[in-house]
Write a protein that binds this ligand. Structure first.
Ligand SMILES: CC(C)(COP(=O)(O)OP(=O)(O)OC[C@H]1O[C@@H](n2cnc3c(N)ncnc32)[C@H](O)[C@@H]1OP(=O)(O)O)[C@@H](O)C(=O)NCCC(=O)NCCS
Length: 240
């Protein structure tokens, strides 16, 4: 799909502040972006040490108990299905929580509040649908720190630089608002997002924090919370 967008010179996109009528599209793009993640999460879990060991141990235990090999495959298949379901539940649960939280009142939470903002990408001459979203707010309990959140780009328009443009918009806003640094939280599954943030100057400051309240699931699926930070303070030259 992105190839179709790139062909023929491609459309032009505008990053602009959120308006009241954008709510349904903003919620759609945010949800779809995160609901794309269970498959990459499942693949990552299968490459982790924990899940394959668990699967092998189950298969071996059932086979060792005298069951035929074909029967031993059944609990392994059931565990695989459970693992995928767990990956799906992690992201679906998160989406539900946010849709009922800040994404239920974007205008009230982000617009008109000092230090906060919400931006969308619109395609010029498009169907009126949005192509990307991002938000910024004061990071809780971290004075002088802006939090970037809710970055998501419509899957038809990825790889066109929209994620970078939205991230840069937040960084520009954060600097203009007098913040000293910017923080964001993502998951270790979101490698395209992490690459994008690193390219914008962020540094990974933590990548081993289990998901809140889900330490065992984090270990089995190998999904951890990743914190990235960008310091705006330009270091002054030390004595020569
Ligand atoms: C992460 C996400 C927002 C990135 O959005 P995007 O618009 O595809 O990002 P960009 O196009 O700006 O950059 C992504 C890649 O495309 C490349 N790119 C940028 N402009 C390009 C262009 N014109 N042509 C080809 N590639 C381009 C970038 O170099 C980057 O490459 P990399 O992956 O090798 O680093 C998007 O993948 C997404 O919505 N993911 C799901 C939700 C999610 O994970 N959100 C992050 C929450 S923390």
């Amino acid at each position: 799909m992105a190839a179709a967008y790139k062909a023929g010179g491609g459309p032009r996109f505008t990053v602009r502040p959120f308006r009241a009528g954008d709510t349904p599209e903003a919620r759609r793009i945010f949800s779809e972006g995160l609901l794309d993640l269970p498959w990459p999460a499942f693949r990552r879990a299968l490459q982790s040490p924990a899940a394959p060991c668990l699967l092998l141990a189950t298969g071996a235990a059932v086979y060792g108990a005298g069951w035929p090999l074909a029967w031993a495959a059944l609990p392994v298949a059931a565990l695989l299905a459970l693992l995928y379901l767990a990956c799906r539940l992690i992201y679906a649960g998160y989406v539900k929580q946010q849709l009922e939280g800040d994404m239920a009142d974007i205008e009230g939470i982000y617009m008109g509040r000092p230090g906060s903002g919400f931006w969308v990408v619109e395609e010029e001459g498009g169907d009126g649908g949005l192509r990307g979203v991002v938000a910024a707010q004061k990071a809780e309990g971290q004075p002088g720190c802006c939090q970037l959140l809710r970055l998501s780009v419509d899957r038809r328009c990825r790889g066109l630089g929209l994620g970078c443009r939205l991230t840069r918009r937040v960084l520009e806003f954060a600097r203009d608002s007098g913040y000293r640094e910017c923080v964001l939280y993502t998951s270790t599954v979101q490698q395209p997002a992490i690459r994008l943030y690193l390219a914008q100057g962020f540094q990974v400051t933590r990548d081993d924090e289990p998901m809140p309240g889900l330490a065992l699931l984090s270990w089995v699926t190998n999904i951890y919370v990743c914190e990235l930070r960008l310091d705006f303070v330009i270091p002054t030259k030390g004595p020569q």
